[in-house]
Each structure stands twice: as structure tokens, then as C-alpha cells.
Write a protein that binds this ligand. Sequence first.
Ligand SMILES: NC(=O)c1ccc[n+]([C@@H]2O[C@H](COP(=O)([O-])OP(=O)(O)OC[C@H]3O[C@@H](n4cnc5c(N)ncnc54)[C@H](OP(=O)(O)O)[C@@H]3O)[C@@H](O)[C@H]2O)c1
Length: 291
Amino acid sequence: MVLAGFGAGKAVAGPEHMIRKAMPSSGEELPIVGLGTNRYGVDTSAEARAPLKAALRRFHELGGTVVDTAPMYRTSESVLGDLIADLGIRDDLFLATKADKPDGGAATAAQMEESMRRLKTDMIDLMQVHNLIGWREALPVMREWKQEGRVRYIGITTSRSSQYGDFETVMREEDLDFVQLNYSLEQREAADRLLPLAEDRGIAVMINRAFGGGRIFKQVGDQPVPDWAREFGCESWAQFLLKYAIGHPAATLSIPGMTKLHHVDDNLGASHGRLPTAEERQRQEAFFDGL
Ligand SMILES: NC(=O)c1ccc[n+]([C@@H]2O[C@H](COP(=O)([O-])OP(=O)(O)OC[C@H]3O[C@@H](n4cnc5c(N)ncnc54)[C@H](OP(=O)(O)O)[C@@H]3O)[C@@H](O)[C@H]2O)c1
């Protein structure tokens, strides 16, 4: 067995043993843990960037590929563009970003050009409409870019249940490769309608906020992970939460936000072993509800 890193204090298997899930629209397989970068919007100082570079390098070494950013995350796209170029890893990554222009297709196109410049790439793997902003005008432009090969996949995002009604409408009306939405042990509403709909419509699902922005760690406190969760490979609460979210049959991957090296090690550890069964996921829910 090749050892490529250390997760939660324990050696983890190399990238070739990672769990991958296939996107329904293309069959392309993606590692189930990606990287969320809404906290990568730092300044240009070496002090601010060094920890992020170390985290991104480790993410890549451990076999991670999907990186999610957005123009809304301050300088995140520029920071990533610089770090990816420094590390020379663009071709190994699946880069996802977003557009958020309410005022028409031309503004969306200009913003996408700017994202490419900042990310130092001539192709974006996934372009998403951020929080449905301007989706009617943005999606046709994204589809044009997809035909031209400048974007490989298109999608929409949300992280608020108040948007789920509109989100469902767009999922039904539009031809999408991906949806990105919030789903966690703490916020399970997406399982009522959106996740089953994604399965029916053959849309890949990227899960955001599987840790509730970090809030859920406070809720579990310092109690140990239950022994029965070790049967499906959970050595930490982060792995427990990620395996619950990605264990939903409609989920393709999750993109935990992580800026710290030991969080990358821990979270990538959830890409190994196996995912919980339906019964085990119910047990996770009952356990969490009893906290
Ligand atoms: N509408 C949208 O499109 C939308 C909305 C929200 C989020 N997103 C995307 O989803 C990503 C994830 O969301 P999020 O970052 O808000 O929430 P999250 O992934 O639920 O939580 C991130 C927080 O958990 C901490 N953390 C990460 N790994 C940990 C571990 N193993 N143990 C303990 N703490 C850990 C992080 O700390 P450190 O940073 O210190 O490592 C950070 O404070 C974002 O980065 C963004 O890409 C999209």
C-alpha cells in the first residue's frame, strides 16, 4: 500500500484508493472530497499566503482535485491562480467558480473573462450561477462558453433553504450538469425534494457547508466519535459529518472549507474506506438528534 499522508493521526491510503463518484451527465469520476475556498481571499503577503499554499499542496498530494471558488470570495480567485501556478498543478485540478451578475449576459461574460484571468487558465471545469443571481441571463452565456470548450460543465448554487423553491424550478426547467447546495446532519431539508430531483434529472451534486460553517464541531464538543462509526471508517467528527453528507445516494462530492493543513489531512481521510449504508446514516441522524 502506498502511503501518501497522515489523516487524524493515522496513515491513510494513497490517492489510488480514494472513493470516487461519477457525474451523471458525463460519467466523469471525481474524488468525493474537494476544497472550498471562501476563506482564501487574503492579501498578497507571504505570511497570509504560506498556510494556504501548504494546504493546497497537501490537498493535491493526497489526490484532491475539485477546488471551488467565486468572485464573491474577495481575492480568492487571484490567490488560487497564483498558488496553482506556483505549484504547477492546474492540469491536475477540477476548477469550479461562479458568476453573480444580476444585470445581463454581457456582464456575466465579462466576469467570466476576469475569473479566467485571475485563475490563470483558459478553461474552467465548472461555471456556476452563484445563489441563482441573474440565472435567466447567465445560463445561456455559460452554455455558449460550454459549446466553445471554455467551460466544461455548468450549474447553479445555493446555501439557503429560503431559495429551495426557486432552485427546484431552475433544476426542472434547465439542462444542468451540477447543482451545489447545503446539506449536513444539522440541515437536512435538501433531502426532501432537491436531492431526489437531482437523482431523477441526472444532475451531479456538490455539497457545501457539511460542517455548518464549523458550527457543528461546537455542538459535538469533545466527546469521542462513537465506535460504530469506525466500522465505516470515521476517526474524527469531520469524517463523520462528511461521510454522512456524501453518503446520500444523490451526492457526488462535498467541498469543506479548509485553510489548515491538519484539516486537509483529516478531511481527505473521509475519502477512504467506505461510505455509510442507509441504515448507518439513519443511526448518524438519531445520534446527532440526541445530542
Ligand atoms: N452559495 C454558495 O455557493 C456557497 C455558500 C457557502 C459555501 N460555499 C462553498 O462551500 C465551501 C464550504 O463552506 P464553508 O467553508 O462556509 O463551511 P464548512 O465547510 O461547513 O466549514 C468550514 C469551517 O470548518 C473548519 N474545518 C474544516 N475542516 C475541519 C476539521 N477537519 N476539523 C475541524 N474544523 C474544520 C474550517 O476551518 P479552517 O478554515 O480553519 O481550516 C472552517 O472554519 C465554501 O468554501 C465555498 O466554496 C458556497
